[in-house]
Design a protein around this ligand. Structure first.
Ligand code: NDP
Length: 602
């Protein structure tokens, strides 16, 4: 069957059975425990290759208006939006040596954003910057992060190469006491946590991983000193090296073609193949994207969000594989509607999904010349089961003589790492260099994992307050008992594949909360009733995705095959509706989150 044909009922039944078999082969009894947790001692895997010598400095002991934890796009946008509200002292505290967050750490060869740059890069209208490529390289994105931080005057008070170690509310001064791993202890009237969702790197707990005697690193800590070259390639240091890369997710798909160009020999250790769709990157000019009109970037970004959230839109401005496949991603999106005729809808959805995945598999077959390798590169699961990837160079890399695909799916991944290499199916692959493209603990922020201890009123730890009944917030931003503490992009809100858009909407909201509290001389703190009402809203009409994910191949979308957390974690009507709700609430009901300051702040 070709992808243009409508699959027959028999073909669909066959596919269903194949997907189930492939899933069963992959589910591991240890689920998410197979990874070394966020608390593991990563040693050299986690050191900062970009910071250079960390300069000594005196510990800070002052008071600022707002402390922002994290200097990625979330923290930068919070800072920018606070500036627009006229807030004076804003201090961003960041683990890395500069702003940029995930784009600071990730500088691996081939790095690009797979969301269109004109909708991904924030504040284009405000900065006047027009990206040069439809899909921007990482360095362009990092430079844009720096550009916003500079324009928003965030450098003067920022603390880099510094991790916040605790946040403690002090009622007497009406402020948070912030401590860091550099001995700082300062007060902040407000704290905004923007610790990100891709900030804790993840390594597989493969037996013997610590014994490897060759060179090894994680893709988010690329060692150009060893490989040579730059994110554009030219990795001449690998010319005589046997290189292994573990992981074929969005990162692996970008890094493999660059490694293939330069490595003596490249072994790609694959457990689950990604769906790899067309990339078609191109240079763009301002007229191409209508950048000569005021508000062009906002309009484009809103249009993209509408389409990928399953909302109607008159035109598709971005017109790429995200927008053309948006209907298939609805299963992942909270905006997924419950149609009246569920059975007919499901049948149509499954047929469309099969057609798309057949197209993806046909592309593998067309591109990869060795039939066995091609077979192993074909993904056997539904489109929304794993994050889709996009590349025009990944699949052709497997046609090179110096590239070998090693399928580890029969053994649930790599069996063992030895001093000299990697063992799969009893065969040892000798390696000089082993690179982990194994991703991040997605969605785990320091606040939720407990790595960043937070103590609210009466010293109550946030983790304890949320232990029994799960997180309790108003709109995902604020919590009773934790005055003037604002979470950005964390839980109980709504998300999207274009995460920077979500972060910007949240930053606008966070800054408005701070500005309203300042104007009223009040604290930002919701009542327990407001939290209850929000929890009830989250539960109303929440789509049941459990049955869908139960049939999916394991990954972080479905708790490594074991299902997602119970209880509503997101606003059920999607990001577009959520942003509208926040806007209306700011206009009408903001007072409900403002409480008198008692005692008056010192
Ligand atoms: P992922 O978590 O997506 O992928 C990790 C990879 O490692 C998977 O292929 C996984 O296999 C594999 N793996 C894990 N353990 C083992 C093992 N024991 N043996 C063999 N293979 C193993 O990480 P990424 O870094 O690719 O992506 C992280 C996040 O960053 C994602 O959310 C991604 O979407 C995002 N990202 C976004 C980009 C963008 O352009 N917007 C670019 C790059 C990343 P398996 O699938 O079987 O678990």
């Amino acid at each position: 069957m070709t992808h243009s044909q409508k699959p027959t009922p028999e073909a669909l039944a066959e596919l269903r059975a194949r997907y189930r078999t492939e899933r069963e082969r992959r589910v591991r009894p240890d689920g998410a425990r197979q990874y070394l947790g966020a608390d593991a001692e990563f040693g050299s895997y986690a050191t900062d290759p970009w910071a250079g010598e960390t300069a000594e400095r005196e510990p800070v002991r002052d008071r600022v208006d707002v402390a922002v934890v994290g200097g990625g796009f979330g923290g930068i946008l919070a800072g920018a939006r606070l500036r627009q509200q006229g807030i004076g002292r804003v201090r961003v505290v960041e683990k890395g040596g500069d702003f940029g967050g995930t784009w600071y750490w990730n500088r691996y060869p081939g790095i690009h954003c797979d969301i269109e740059s004109h909708v991904y890069l924030p504040l284009l209208d405000e900065t006047g910057y027009v990206p040069e490529w439809k899909y921007a390289p990482g360095e362009e994105i990092r430079r844009h992060a720096v550009r916003i931080a500079e324009k928003s005057d965030l450098y003067a008070d920022a603390l880099f190469s510094t991790a916040v170690t605790s946040l403690t509310w002090e009622d007497t001064s009406g402020s948070w006491i912030v401590t860091t791993d550099r001995g700082d202890q300062f007060r902040a009237t407000y704290v905004i946590t923007a610790t990100g969702t891709l900030s804790e790197l993840k390594l597989p707990g493969i037996p013997g991983i610590e014994t490897f005697q060759g060179h090894t690193f994680h893709t988010s800590r690329w060692d150009y000193g060893y490989t040579g070259g730059t994110p554009d390639g030219g990795l001449t240091g690998l010319a005589d090296k046997r290189v292994g890369v573990v992981g074929t997710g969005a990162t692996g798909v970008q890094v493999v073609p660059k490694l293939a160009e330069d490595a003596g020999h490249l072994y790609v250790f694959q457990r689950t193949p990604s769906s790899v769709d067309v990339r078609a990157n191109s240079r763009t000019s301002a007229p191409d994207v209508g950048a000569d009109r005021e508000g062009w970037a906002r309009e484009r970004r809103d249009n993209f969000l509408r389409i990928v959230s399953g909302e109607s839109a008159e035109e598709d401005l971005v017109a790429d594989r995200w927008t053309s496949s948006a209907g298939l991603l609805e299963k992942l999106l909270p905006s997924f509607r419950r149609p009246d005729d569920r059975v007919a809808f499901e049948a149509a959805y499954e047929a469309a999904d099969a057609a798309k995945m057949n197209e993806i598999r046909a592309r593998v077959e067309r591109t990869v010349t060795d039939p066995d390798t091609a077979e192993r590169l074909k993904p056997w699961y539904r489109y929304a089961c794993k994050r889709p990837t996009f590349s025009d160079t990944y699949l052709p890399a497997f046609n090179r003589d110096n590239v070998t695909l090693v399928d580890t799916s029969d053994t649930h991944g790599i069996e063992r790492v030895t001093e000299h290499g990697v063992v799969v199916g009893g065969t040892e692959y000798a390696l000089d260099c082993l690179i982990f493209a194994t991703g991040f603990s997605v969605g785990v922020s320091g606040v939720h994992s407990g790595r960043l201890p937070v103590h609210g009123r009466d010293g109550v730890p946030l983790r304890q307050a949320w232990a029994e009944r799960g997180p309790r917030t108003l709109h995902g931003f604020t919590s009773s008992g934790f005055p003037n503490l604002i979470h950005l992009g964390a839980v109980q809100s709504a998300s999207s594949v274009n995460f920077t858009h979500v972060l910007d909407e949240h930053a606008v909201h966070a800054a408005a909360l701070v500005a309203a509290a300042e104007a009223a001389g009040a604290l930002v703190e919701p009542s327990c009733e407001a939290e209850d009402a929000w929890l009830a809203t989250l539960g109303e009409g929440a789509p049941d995705h459990a049955w869908f994910h139960a049939e999916c191949t394991p990954g972080y979308y479905n708790g490594e095959g074991r299902g997602r957390p119970n209880g509503p974690t997101a606003y059920p009507h999607g990001a577009v509706a959520f942003h509208d709700l926040l806007r209306r609430w700011r206009e009408e009901s903001m007072d409900e989150v403002l409480r008198p300051r008692t005692p008056v702040r010192a």
